[in-house]
Design a protein around this ligand. Structure first.
Ligand code: ZN
Length: 102
């Protein structure tokens, strides 16, 4: 058995490691807080340190196309609320935050 490294309290990209949860198939799983949307998710230690998992699914996996990004920029410039935009385009707020419209 390999020794588990305690990574509680560390930050990997957008994820803050809250606590160790369990060992599954020789993988250690940690409960992490996605700092973009405050969602808690389980991530394996190897995915955390390798950078395979950088945020929760709703923030990380979805990428918006350039066309949609332009639409969102327009909405941002017109001071539409981020929560309204994320609802309209059905994307995580983290993605809206990340779009640079300046
Ligand atoms: Zn998230």
């Amino acid at each position: 058995m390999s020794k588990r490294v305690d990574i509680t309290g560390q930050i990997f990209h957008d994820l803050y490691v809250l606590e160790f949860t369990e060992n599954k198939n020789t993988h250690a799983y940690y409960k992490c807080l996605c700092m973009k949307c405050n969602e808690t998710i389980l991530v394996s230690y190897s995915n955390l340190i390798s950078g395979n998992t950088k945020s929760c699914r709703s923030c990380g996996n979805k990428r918006v196309s350039n066309g949609v990004e332009q639409d969102i920029c327009w909405e941002l410039q017109n001071k539409i609320k981020i929560c309204a935009i994320s609802e309209k385009f059905n994307i995580g707020r983290g993605i809206v935050y990340r779009i640079d419209f300046s």
